[in-house]
Design a protein. Structure first.
Length: 45
């Protein structure tokens, strides 16, 4: 498969999604969490 074009304008993306009946509201990403300090209690640090 080859990429022919990209749509980068947020207004155009919103219009297309609305036309297709798909959700167009932006999703806020939660901040990443650091890894746990201890991965396994049986493994020495």
């Amino acid at each position: 498969m080859r990429l022919l074009a990209t749509i980068e304008d947020p207004r155009v993306v919103e219009q297309l999604l609305t036309y297709l009946g798909l959700p167009s509201e932006r999703v806020r990403a939660d901040p990443a969490h650091p890894p746990p300090a201890i991965l396994c209690a049986d493994t020495p640090a």
